[in-house]
Design a protein around this ligand. Structure first.
Ligand SMILES: [Zn+2]
Length: 404
């Protein structure tokens, strides 16, 4: 039932009644509409088609619009003594007023225009000034836990009590999501093509559109993923700990395992960090599944992050547990067969310990897989048929934070 509701959720988020579908080149400060203030906890109305607003030519986009003039005629609220009142936030051709939340839509413009499905974008613009935190989910269309992590995080925010803004894109790869596929329709992995190229491949164009229209408006970004190929991950951050801003940022996620990784070219995390946006990847659980304990861990860590960034006040404190930092490596199967694990995700293991076996169903041979070091199982394959070379266990060894 939950899964059914999730599959229908994005459709209900569409066409919220105020979405401007201008191509990016025609956006202009004067053309921006004020987004309606929507209580995100309320069930959205059934989507209905909306007439496309006429594009206005010969106007340059206004990238600085979000810090520009306050909306004329907007009544001045009583200034909170300890906060500076924030300004409107311009995104995707709409102005989101301070102290309001809304649903917008992003269209990468790669489909037949009349058939294109906009991707819902949730925005909470706090009444008080602060940073802009962005959350992206389902860049890989089969990774579902992040969709629900973003829904719970955004829908629980009170814009009147928020300092800064939170932008959530629960399903970045909508075509992949609809096909239950990690990839785009052209079989490319979107997370290898950032920051994209407006004249490039399908993946590069989608990446470019997302990056220019949304990601560049963020100060901080958490890109939420899960394990791939029948592997599951302990809730964990992937972060370039050699980047001082990123290293500092990871301290906000309490109780979280942090795995140092510089990432590779084309990843959203890498491209955004290079663009000056402090970014980490949050990994939670397996693809194709909705896992309650993983979702809870993700929501709790994002709540902690917003509190550490002075964006919200937590209702209660649960101590100040520090993240634990790991260096990591994969332990691979050396034989083909069926993998049977002896350890659970999160287990602490000693070097040489047997983690599982690969059993050959024809010869009856059994091949143990041993821990390569003392450490913790931070990711592992679920029991399945494997071939030699298959990455079976991701072992983390506790590490010092660089520079300490
Ligand atoms: Zn992923």
């Amino acid at each position: 039932m939950l899964f059914e509701r999730l599959r229908t959720l994005p459709l209900r988020l569409l066409f919220s009644g105020s979405v401007a579908l201008f191509p990016v080149s025609t956006w202009a400060d004067t053309a921006a509409k004020v987004a309606p203030d929507i209580d995100l906890k309320e069930v959205a109305p059934v989507p209905r088609p909306e007439a496309k607003a006429p594009a206005t030519a010969d106007q340059e986009p206004s990238p600085d619009a979000d810090e520009a003039n306050p909306v004329p005629g907007e009544p001045e609220a009583e200034p909170a003594p300890e906060f500076v009142k924030t300004t409107r936030f311009s995104l995707l051709g709409s102005d989101v007023l301070p102290g309001t939340s809304t649903r917008l839509a992003w269209t990468p413009g790669i489909q037949i225009a009349g058939l294109s499905q906009p991707t819902p974008v949730l925005v909470v613009n706090g009444l008080h000034a602060g940073p802009t935190l962005c959350l992206t989910g389902a860049v890989h269309g089969d990774e579902l836990n992040g969709i629900e992590i973003i829904r719970r995080t955004l829908y629980d925010l009170d814009p009147e009590k928020l300092s800064g803004r939170v932008v959530g894109i629960p399903i970045v790869n909508l075509p992949g999501f609809q096909e239950a596929s990690r990839y785009l329709p052209d079989r490319r992995d979107l997370n290898r093509h950032f920051p994209g190229n407006p004249d490039g491949s399908l993946a590069e164009r989608i990446a470019y559109s997302l990056f220019e229209n949304i990601i560049r408006h963020c100060d901080m970004l958490v890109d939420i993923h899960t394990g791939s190929l029948k592997r599951t991950n302990l809730p964990q951050l992937r972060a370039d700990m050699t980047n001082p801003e990123v290293a500092q940022f990871t301290r906000g996620f309490d109780r979280m395992a942090v795995v140092h990784s510089t990432g590779s070219d084309g990843m959203l995390r890498v491209a955004a960090t290079r663009a000056g946006i402090t970014t980490v990847t949050l990994e939670a659980g397996e693809s194709h599944r909705i896992q309650e304990h993983q979702i809870e861990a993700g929501v709790n860590s994002l709540t902690s992050l917003m509190e550490k960034q002075d964006m919200i006040s937590r209702m209660f404190e649960w101590g100040d547990p520090e993240p634990v930092y790991y260096e990591s490596s994969w332990i691979r199967a050396n034989h083909g067969g069926i993998l049977f694990s002896e350890v659970d995700l999160g287990a602490r293991v000693n070097k040489g310990e047997i983690l599982g076996y690969v059993a050959d169903p024809i010869t009856n041979a059994q091949f143990p897989i041993h821990a390569s070091a003392d450490g913790r199982i931070i990711g592992m394959a679920v029991d399945q048929v494997v071939m030699a070379g298959f990455a079976a266990y991701h072992i983390g060894t506790e590490a010092e934070v660089p520079g300490e």
